[in-house]
Write a protein that binds this ligand. Structure first.
Ligand SMILES: *Cc1c(COP(=O)(O)O)cnc(C)c1O
Length: 359
């Protein structure tokens, strides 16, 4: 039986969007491709209200490629990496593996690195890049990116701010210029409700100017080459054309729903899930920093999450166990993409029934 995915990626993809991938292929150096790709650029620009100094791009990769792009194309002197969970840690590790110096500010999983701590480190003048994860999917924690962006603009305007928005872009409110972020990126299998295989990124002129100064940017990770090809509405290497058809369709649907409504729907789903969680359990994130797209819940009743998923499977549903070392100690409900409040209500009612939770 088909299990509807309530996990923090991949999320459920509608048949309508899946079917777009069946269209006949076109050459990626053809006029038809430039029209398709240019259309996607226009739709991303309008959905995310990008000002003149920001450009969108779509890479055929998962979102993690952008950890490498930041490491190879952006960090010149030294990076400061904010770590509060598995994905933000991977970001820091990948920057170091690109042979670039990086210091970590690490806090307990479930909390966030506070702007004051960042300001103090950046004041040393040692750093030219700051990395952060907006929405830590391992703990369902949302970092105060906009506050940090404001601080950077005021105190250290030359530092490039690169933010992983993989599991929040397209669900939570993530307009890069409002957040004060220079590079913001995401994967298609999360809030965009598409199959995995593409990453979407927004980059501003400041980040592009930095890349000009950085040697040895690699091949697939050369951010300047990506944007040189953008000028012709093309990509440097062969893109996943089939998935671009699906993205084009999905962007039409998102524009029709409107950015505001998409955000409100995600917020409603998050508030419903948090309320349910607090009735029976506790939330993992520090209060006030709960994610809008994935709720991470402490398993305070010591329930068996693996067994729950076996039972949910019979009802055509799947949630997520805790990430890595948090398995069974926590569990996660992803409410992103095309999910609605009605769908989440049904899923929570199914969990109530299986675990005999009284409301
Ligand atoms: C899923 C996820 C990633 C990894 O994305 P891939 O598409 O697998 O590369 C990175 N960061 C966050 C916050 C995620 O949720």
């Amino acid at each position: 039986m088909h299990k509807k995915l309530l996990i923090p990626g991949p999320t459920e993809v509608s048949t309508q969007v899946l079917q777009e991938q069946g269209r006949p292929l076109i050459g990626h150096r053809s006029k038809a491709f430039s029209e398709l790709y240019g259309g996607i650029t226009g739709k991303l620009t309008s959905l995310f209200e990008l000002p003149e100094n920001y450009q969108p791009t779509t890479t055929t990769s998962s979102g993690t490629l952008w950890f490498d792009i930041v490491g190879r194309s952006i960090v010149k002197k030294k990076a400061l990496c904010c770590i509060n969970g598995a994905f933000s840690k991977r970001f820091g590790e990948i920057v170091r593996s690109c042979d670039k110096p990086a210091d970590y500010i690490e806090v307990e999983w479930g909390s966030v690195v506070k702007p004051d701590a960042i300001a103090e480190k950046l004041a040393t003048g040692e750093y030219d890049t700051l990395t952060m994860c907006h929405n830590e999917s391992s703990t369902g924690t949302r970092s105060p990116v906009t506050e940090v962006g404001k601080l950077l603009k005021k105190e250290v305007p030359d530092v490039v701010f690169a933010v992983d928005s993989v599991s929040s872009m397209g669900g939570d409110w993530t307009l890069p210029h409002e957040m004060g972020v220079d590079i913001l990126f995401a994967s298609t299998q999360k809030c965009f409700a598409l199959p995995p295989g593409l990453a979407i990124a927004f980059v501003n002129d400041k980040a592009l100017a930095r890349a000009q100064e950085v040697p040895n940017r690699g091949g697939y990770t050369d951010m300047l080459e990506i944007f040189e090809f953008e000028e012709k509405h093309q990509t440097p290497f062969t893109p996943n054309v089939s998935l671009l058809y699906a993205l084009d369709k999905r962007l039409d649907l998102m524009l029709a729903e409107t950015y505001k409504h998409i955000y409100q729907r995600h917020l409603d789903m998050a508030e419903l899930t948090r309320k349910w969680a607090k009735t029976h359990f506790e939330m993992v994130p520090e209060k006030g920093y709960e994610s809008v797209t994935v709720s991470c819940i402490k398993n305070t009743l010591g329930k068996n999450v693996k067994e729950l998923n076996q039972n949910l499977a019979e009802r055509g549903l799947e949630i997520s166990n805790g990430y890595g070392k948090l398995s069974e100690k926590t569990f996660r409900i992803g409410h992103m993409g095309e999910w609605t409040v009605e769908g989440i209500k049904e899923a929570l009612a199914a969990i109530d029934e299986i675990w005999s939770l009284k409301t």
